[in-house]
Structures are given as structure tokens and as C-alpha cells.
Design a protein around this ligand. Sequence first.
Ligand code: HEC
Length: 155
Amino acid sequence: MMLRGWMLALALMGAATAVAAQDLRSPSADQYVPRLGDIMSAAQLRHQKLWLAGKAQNWELAAFELRQLKASLVEAALLYSGIPVSNVTTLEPSLQATSDAIAAKDGRKLAKALGDLTEGCNACHRSMGRSFVVMKVPSDPQPFANQLFPPQAKP
Ligand code: HEC
């Protein structure tokens, strides 16, 4: 568990971000374990807000949403040992590309990176028997515009 934790923290967050997140822990955080679906629902919101912030060229907000999104993914893998760590660490290149695009204030690169990241979301869903949860890069600001609701063809 410790090793898992460190691998993930190092791979995805960097020490500084991990410390900052800890400062915001509520006193009951040690007892409360969010359900995986709730962590994922938060990830869904951040995924869409990240896109919206990028569209609006609010890079500070985009960077914040990306940090929040990463934190959700790390939390999912730390709390739910049934999730293969590799399913999360393989997202690292697209998370890094997203971060680089935000730093460069480059909307086109952000769109590409977000597309790759979204494919990573779906790859994990498929590998965990959740192929019916299909994320997409949102096309408009409507709630849940980053999810496909019609049944998808079986692979
Ligand atoms: C490491 C694996 C993994 C990754 C990566 C992952 N998910 Fe998930 N996700 C799951 C699993 C497992 C479930 C099903 C949870 C359950 O059955 O309670 C899920 C469920 C969901 C749901 C459905 C929640 C609900 O209650 O309706 C959404 C939305 C979601 N994920 C969004 C995302 C987004 C967005 C990303 C990428 C930014 C992502 N997920 C990345 C494993 C993953």
C-alpha cells in the first residue's frame, strides 16, 4: 500500500502537490472513504471544467482543474486496490501533455492532450468491465457533455 502510494504520488503529482493537498484534509478524512463512483463523478466534473477553462483561455483555472483531476485519479487507485496501478500510471504522458499545453497556453495542444487523456479514461473503463461508461471530449458546456449515453458497439 505504501509502495503503491509513493509510486503514484511520484508518477502523477510530484511531492509539492501532494503536500498541498494534505493541508486541505478535513479532520474526518481518515475515516471517510468515498465510493469509487463518487470519485469518478468528481473526475467527470473536473474533466469537463478543465476543457471549459481551456476554451475560455483561463489557464490558471485549467491548471487547478487538472490538479484536482489528477488527485481524483490518484485517490481512486490508492483507495481501491482492485484498480491496477498501471491503469493510472499509463495516463502519465497525456496528463503531462495536458499540463504542458496549459503552461504554454496552447488551446490546440490542450485539445489533443485532452483527447488522449480521455482515451485513457475509457481504456481503464473497458479493462475493468465498465465499457458502458464512455467519456468524450465535450463539444459544448452542457452538463455531462463529456459522456456518451447511447449504447456503444461491443468491441
Ligand atoms: C484506473 C481506472 C480508471 C480510470 C483511469 C478512470 N476511471 Fe472512471 N471509472 C473506473 C471504474 C472502475 C468505474 C466504475 C465504478 C463503479 O462501478 O462504482 C468508473 C466509473 C466512472 C464514471 C461513472 C460514475 C457514475 O457513478 O456514474 C465516470 C463518469 C467516470 N468513471 C469518469 C472518468 C473520467 C472522466 C476519467 C478520466 C479522466 C476516468 N473515469 C478514468 C475506473 C477508472
